[in-house]
Design a protein around this ligand. Structure first.
Ligand SMILES: Nc1ncnc2c1ncn2[C@@H]1O[C@H](COP(=O)(O)OP(=O)(O)OP(=O)(O)O)[C@@H](O)[C@H]1O
Length: 366
């Protein structure tokens, strides 16, 4: 194993074992507060567990037993790079010098470091922005620079904490594309809420809940046969949140749309979700609605016969999805046949209607 981490941190109720093979990308998935960032902080040496051990390529970085520290390598000496939501570039340095910082700190000459930085600027598609200060580039560009800066330091382990979370949905595909390219063959742990990150970037997923690993395995296996409630909720699904409207017998989303569907109770796993409906939530209960992109039909105008779930959306992207075309509209997506996409002649920016039968929508208390 390249990375082996076992940690117990009682004050955060975290007890986790994690192993990552050499060259493997593992996605840590889990709801808010599950312990994803805590795990990354332990690996990076920003947090000391009560009991635990972190080894990277057989080198012990952390070894603590019962609060007593036996081995502690400080963060800068771990050869571990942590990339957070916020790119945290040095504001007083140019973009080129930010990237050159890694090679310089490895002992490279000024000239070599600058040449390496220029290679990275090309690679991240920003060859002309080297002289700019971080304040003069966009959020998406800054995050690409942060990726280059992290990798230019040649870390043996790269940790990514929700790298896409602070970005507009329009720029996430470009960053995801870059990550796909640069993460191949590196040892990486990426904490994310986004199932697409897991699908596109990770070889394996580890699902955390309440500070424990509740599920792990190859990405597609876990997402196609999820066993934990969280994985079931996010596995390739459209997820939209809102609150229960008793008058409408539906979830009212933050944008005011109503989503009708099949009610489930607390979603305690796929097995339970199959059972008949239980109690109806009280008005105002926070809820999530989940439905598969393949169940969504796309129409140029409101569908006749007006199915109960039909929403006007603006197409933001079209992407191949197996044999189908994924039509993205912000956070929602529909998978349709290439023929249907051609007939509709959809392009990003178009207004269309997404329609889904209530029987295809699962509603869970959030
Ligand atoms: N600085 C902190 N001090 C004390 N407890 C914390 C701190 N940060 C997080 N926690 C607690 O540790 C637990 C794990 O939180 P953590 O931030 O690791 O979860 P997460 O999965 O990264 O969540 P998110 O997706 O919201 O970032 C939670 O119970 C949280 O309340």
């Amino acid at each position: 194993m390249s990375l082996s981490l076992s940690a117990h941190l009682p004050e955060r109720d975290v007890q986790v074992d994690l192993e990552v093979a050499d060259g493997e990308t593992v996605a840590l998935l889990g709801p808010n507060g599950a312990g994803k960032s805590t795990l990354l902080a332990i690996a990076a040496g920003l947090l000391r567990p009560q009991d635990g051990r972190v080894t990277l390529h057989d080198r012990t970085l952390t070894h603590v037993e019962g609060g007593r520290t036996h081995t502690w390598v400080p963060p800068h000496a771990r050869q571990v790079a942590l990339l957070a939501q916020d790119p945290l570039l040095f504001p007083h340095l140019s973009v080129r010098h930010n990237i050159a910082f890694g090679p310089r700190s490895r002992g490279a000459s000024r000239r070599t470091a600058a040449l390496e930085a220029d290679c990275w600027l090309d690679r991240i598609g920003l060859p002309d922005l080297g002289e700019r200060r971080p304040s003069a580039v966009s959020g998406g560009q800054a995050q690409r620079v942060a990726v280059a800066r992290a990798l230019a330091a040649e870390p043996r382990l790269l940790l990514l904490d929700e790298p896409m979370a602070a970005l507009d949905v329009d720029v996430t595909p470009a960053l995801r594309h870059l990550l796909r390219e640069v993460l191949a063959d590196r040892t990486v742990v990426i904490a994310t809420h986004d199932v697409l990150d897991a699908l596109l970037l990770a070889d394996r997923v580890v699902v955390l809940d309440c500070g424990r690993v509740v599920e792990h395995g190859p990405t597609r296996e876990v997402l196609s046969r999820p066993r934990s409630a969280f994985a079931a909720r996010i596995a390739g699904l459209n997820i939209t949140s809102g609150t229960w409207s008793a008058d409408d017998d539906a979830v009212r989303t933050t944008t005011g749309d109503l989503v009708h569907g099949r009610l489930h109770d607390d979603g305690g796993g796929a097995e339970r979700a199959d059972r008949a409906d239980r109690g109806v939530p009280v008005a105002g209960t926070p809820m999530v609605a989940a439905f598969r992109p393949a169940t969504v039909s796309v129409f140029p105008a409101r569908a006749t016969g007006s199915p109960r779930n039909s929403w006007p959306v603006t197409v933001t992207a079209l992407e191949p999805q197996g044999d189908l075309v994924r039509v993205r509209a912000g956070r929602l997506s529909a998978d349709i046949t290439p023929q249907a996409a051609a007939d509709l002649a959809i392009t990003p920016g178009d207004e269309v209607w997404f329609t889904v039968k209530a029987t295809e929508v699962d509603l869970y208390p959030a």
